[in-house]
Design a protein around this ligand. Structure first.
Ligand code: SF4
Length: 369
């Protein structure tokens, strides 16, 4: 696994092939004067087999491999910090070529293994319960940096080839740092590689994009990406949602629900997941549970209740276990599918954005010394 580059190490000037889709790779092989089928072979080696060395591509001639190696590389993001929780959760703080950092988290839950992938460095939105929301947006991640997170996790989990049965990594959630629908083109390109049978070979039913509710882009996502959708709902009345998820001031709950209703038709998604963080005394009353049932009544959906994972400086507390149980029971009694997410990786700062903040603080204090 590549570790973070230190300033004295030379930068590899070759062009990274990771993040290139079929058309991009066709451009590469065309430019090298190779026949069209070479690009497909290259695509399979990179994304299905996970090779990082052209020398392993034994169905390519020696001369072709040498030509590729001269100009191109098959890279991975550099790992700044890799942590493993006592519960098996793994978290990587990744460093990109320009020194920016983003987080990727793997959550093993028999029989599943879910990778939580970031789409931006920081976030423009300022959801008040979210630690990443305290970090300003630095930039969008490139498609290569999004796909690179998944490829790095596959390396660490020994999860190649991509299409193998019994692989530890079964699900992808675009739920890490950032609002994926504000980085639409890069996310779309990355996910096209992720769900391609000859690419990273994940079923689109196992790829979920989580959004705070960018209504016009939700419709576009249904038409152009067609993966599963999760909505960071967290409140059932506009007044409270305006505060918790400020994008609600632009796209109100009723409009968001309309977009969700359309999404199932546009994308063939079976159902939408509503994420609902449980905040003590803020959004956890039974009246709010009843309103949630009403909102979801004509949308194929399920609810994921998330016990709040406090971070330094947050103003919220997590609802009590009793309050969460009562809320979940009311939903279930009303016929909704409701799950309660078990807190994971608490010993490794798994609340989104925490590891990056800690690292930035460390760098700043080192620079001040
Ligand atoms: S919840 Fe998502 S959209 Fe809101 S601030 Fe955090 S990362 Fe951004």
């Amino acid at each position: 696994m590549a570790t973070m580059q230190n300033d004295s190490e030379p930068v590899d000037p070759r062009i990274d092939l990771v993040g290139m889709d079929r058309d991009d790779l066709k451009g590469v092989t065309d430019a090298l004067g190779e026949p069209a089928y070479r690009s497909r072979q290259l695509y399979q080696w990179i994304y299905q087999r996970g090779v990082t060395d052209f020398a392993e591509m034994h169905n390519l001639s020696k001369a072709t491999r040498a030509k590729l190696d001269e100009t191109y590389r098959i890279g991975r993001p550099a790992v700044g910090t890799a942590q493993q929780s006592v519960d098996g959760t793994r978290k990587w703080l990744l460093g990109f070529a320009d020194g920016n950092l983003a987080e990727t988290v793997f959550i093993p839950e028999e029989p599943r293994g879910t990778l939580c992938v970031s789409s931006q460095v920081g976030c423009t939105l300022t959801c008040s319960f979210c630690h990443t929301g305290t970090q300003r947006l630095v930039r969008n991640l490139e498609a290569s940096e999004i796909v690179g997170q998944i490829m790095l996790a596959r390396d660490a989990l020994d999860a190649w080839p991509a299409a193998a049965v019994n692989r530890p990594l079964t699900n992808i959630v675009m739920m890490g740092m950032g609002e994926p629908l504000y980085n639409f083109e890069n996310v779309k390109k990355a996910l096209s590689i992720v769900i391609d049978d000859e690419g990273l070979a994940m079923s689109r039913r196992r790829v979920t994009l989580s959004t705070s509710g960018i209504v016009p882009e939700i419709r576009r996502c249904g038409r152009e990406i067609g993966c599963m959708l999760a909505i960071s709902l967290h409140a059932v009345h506009d007044e409270l949602r305006d505060e918790l998820v400020p994008i609600n001031r632009k796209y109100k709950i009723a409009e968001l629900m309309d977009a969700c209703r359309d999404y199932s038709t546009l994308s063939n998604a079976r159902r939408i997941t509503f994420e609902y963080v449980m905040l003590k005394g803020v959004n956890d009353s039974l009246a709010e549970a009843r309103e949630l049932v009403r909102l979801m009544s004509d949308i194929p959906s399920k609810v994921n209740l998330i016990p709040f994972n406090p971070w330094p400086g947050s103003v919220y507390e997590c609802s009590s276990n009793n309050a969460i149980d009562r809320f979940a029971s009311l939903l279930r009694d009303a016929g909704c599918v409701a799950t309660v997410r078990s807190p994971r990786g608490q010993d490794i700062m798994a609340a989104c954005g925490q590891l990056k903040s800690a690292s930035v603080r460390q760098r700043r204090s080192a620079a001040a010394e």
